[in-house]
Design a binder for this molecule. Sequence first.
Ligand code: GCU
Length: 129
Amino acid sequence: VGQRYEAETAPAVCQGTIDSNHTGFTGTGFCNGTAAVGAYVQFTVNAAQAGTATLGVRYANGASSGAARPANVVVNGTTVGTVSFEVTGGWSTWSTKSLTAALNAGSNTVRLEPTTADGLANIDRLDTA
Ligand code: GCU
């Protein structure tokens, strides 16, 4: 059974503001990360057992420039990959990016760390499969 981790709910960390001005999010808001390289959102993901996990990151990118918002995927402090949050068509249009990552049994940190000055897309939540 998958678990849902909202970006606005501790122990998640949002280096930016929790906003609710664009509809369609779940929970009470979403993380609008600061527009800066490295301004991250971090989820704490619990895994029943060690192994490869599929993680869905729900996000919106309504940038009128059409530019994606690329980020490093950092699991338990190690960069394990990259993800490109492409435009979704509007800030109220949400899409899900699927990532795979090796997790430890128990608690893991999964951090999305933007690599451009635009910062992250707006991040709603992370789901396990
Ligand atoms: C707009 C939008 C924000 C978004 C920001 C951005 O200001 O309202 O929700 O985070 O653009 O470009 O990241």
